[in-house]
Design a protein around this ligand. Structure first.
Ligand SMILES: Cc1cc2nc3c(=O)[nH]c(=O)nc-3n(C[C@H](O)[C@H](O)[C@H](O)COP(=O)(O)OP(=O)(O)OC[C@H]3O[C@@H](n4cnc5c(N)ncnc54)[C@H](O)[C@@H]3O)c2cc1C
Length: 471
């Protein structure tokens, strides 16, 4: 008889854990609450028929760069990455845009006076991406395999984005770095905010910032395809309220965040461990809008039409102000907006001649404030006439997001705050293990954190297998 495992939640991390267990010879049952697998990697007709929107994630530097995903035959199961000519565009008020190109040389060249500084910062990690990726996409190791490379990264990563940006002489480069670092949800003068700037830029040069043909669901479908090749299946519309109600398994791996762990697995956990989970801190949220458009977005800067991702926030100072406000529980007047426009590069996403856009800004966790006008004002600032292109829109408040994926607690899309404490210990010092020897966590509330890369699931399942063998 094969050993049996249960994975609760079919997000990218749950599916990754399920595949690792199936590869190890387990019979695996995946139980997913929603009617469609994928969690925050799902594509749906959220506005009008024929317009395919990504409910959660949309652009995948860490998906393309994931060591685990790269080990799977995902392309045999339909996954095709599409690279826009420019990875990222960041428009400015003078009607131009600074860009992050796939090529490091081209980016350095386009950054002019700051080109050399940019290159010196990124080159070591880009060149050694294959060794760098497994180390940054896992728990922090105090004895890393590449100590020099990781020491170099550590010294940069622990700084604030503001401190790294002060190395650049041109406002344009500073603005570009601010947009990258703002993915941290931290204030740009906080330690560690620089890490995100670097961790967003390096994969752009190493593997790109691609979108999957057909949208996020193609990643999920490919993972489900690999999983199905082990004669295992995902049961959808199967929410687990309590582990006690689930049949007995040799291992249970939960693609859940700490708050849900307390509800679902609380009876199986020690009081000390439950207290630690209860102390886990969630991060800021997002306010998201999906658009069906009758034309491409009319950007002032032509460079923006070459990029699947566009960062809208203006200068370093303006983005820093927006992120500082959110970090202190306020709603910024001019929020930093992240926008994706996949249909420009993937015609399967909208009816002929029509387009989709995906945009969000950061807001305090659990916010109920309607940010629609502010989001659209930011888009209009760099693309006058945008509102005239809108055929339909769908707005997601933090609560709306959570209602469609319980892991998005209070609208937090990263599975928890990524400050120094949660960078080192996520969600607790045990990382994937819990106080119950047969119950593990694998969501983005474990290392390395948010993003569609499956590495939380991979590491969690590997740890579970190692311990089971040892016992
Ligand atoms: C709006 C948004 C934009 C994002 N943009 C990007 C991006 O562009 N690129 C990127 O890489 N990442 C992005 N992310 C982050 C990324 O999507 C997540 O970090 C990633 O999906 C985390 O994977 P996960 O498996 O840990 O959790 P999830 O994807 O959240 O999956 C968890 C699954 O568990 C299920 N579940 C929860 N509770 C139960 C239960 N009790 N019983 C059964 N099932 C349960 C949920 O329904 C869900 O399917 C974005 C996320 C959001 C929401």
């Amino acid at each position: 008889m094969s050993p049996k495992a249960c994975v609760i939640g079919a997000g990218p991390n749950g599916l990754a854990a399920a595949i690792v267990l199936a590869q190890a010879g387990f019979h695996v049952d995946v139980l997913e609450a929603q009617p469609q697998p994928g969690g925050a990697a799902r594509t749906m007709e959220l506005t009008l028929p024929g317009f395919k929107h990504d409910f959660g994630s949309a652009v995948y530097p860490l998906g393309a760069g994931s060591p685990f995903f790269s080990s799977l035959p995902l392309s045999d199961h339909g996954l095709e990455w599409i690279h826009s000519p420019t990875a990222l565009a960041h428009p400015l008020d003078d009607g131009t845009a600074v860009t992050l190109e796939r090529s490091l040389d081209q980016t350095s060249h386009s950054l002019g006076i700051d080109g050399k500084t940019w290159e010196q910062l990124m080159r070591p990690f880009v060149t050694h991406w294959k060794e760098f990726a497994p180390q940054i996409l896992g728990p922090v190791s105090f004895f890393p395999e590449n100590p020099l490379l990781m020491a170099r990264f550590g010294m940069l990563a622990l700084q604030s984005a503001q401190s790294i940006a002060s190395r650049f002489r041109d406002q344009r480069t500073r603005a570009l770095f601010a947009g990258l670092a703002a993915h941290s949800f931290l204030s740009l003068d906080e330690p560690l905010s620089a890490a995100f700037g670097i961790l967003m830029a390096v994969p752009a040069h190493a593997v790109g910032w691609p979108v999957p043909r057909g949208g996020a669901q193609s990643i999920t479908n490919a993972l489900c395809g690999v999983f199905a090749s082990f004669s295992s299946k995902v049961s959808v519309s199967s929410p687990v309220q309590n582990l006690a109600a689930v049949e007995k398994y040799d291992l249970t791996i939960c693609d859940l965040t700490p708050r849900q762990m307390l509800k679902v697995a609380g009876q199986r956990l020690s009081d000390t461990y439950k207290r630690q989970l209860a102390n886990y801190r969630y991060g800021a949220a997002v306010f998201k809008v999906d658009y069906a458009l009758n034309a491409p977005i009319p950007w002032k800067a032509v460079e923006c039409s070459r990029a699947a991702t566009v960062h809208l926030g203006g200068s370093f100072e303006q983005i820093a102000e927006s992120e500082k406000a959110v970090r202190s529980g306020q709603h910024p007047d001019r929020p930093f907006v992240l926008l994706a426009q996949p249909s420009l590069f993937d015609s399967s996403r909208a009816p002929a001649g029509k387009h989709t856009a995906w945009a969000y800004c950061h807001v305090p966790n659990g916010s109920r404030v309607d940010m629609l006008q502010k989001v659209e004002d930011q888009i209009e600032r760099f693309a006058p006439g945008f509102r005239d292109c809108i055929l339909a829109r769908r707005v997601f408040s933090p609560a709306d997001l959570e209602s469609m994926d319980a892991n998005l607690v209070g609208g937090d899309i990263g599975g928890g705050l990524m400050d120094l404490r949660h960078f080192l210990f996520r969600p607790t010092r045990r990382h994937y293990a819990t106080s119950a020897h047969d119950v593990y966590i694998c969501s983005s509330s474990t290392p390395p954190g948010g993003g569609v890369h499956g590495m939380c699931g991979y590491h969690s399942a590997k740890m579970a297998l190692k311990r089971l063998k040892r016992d």
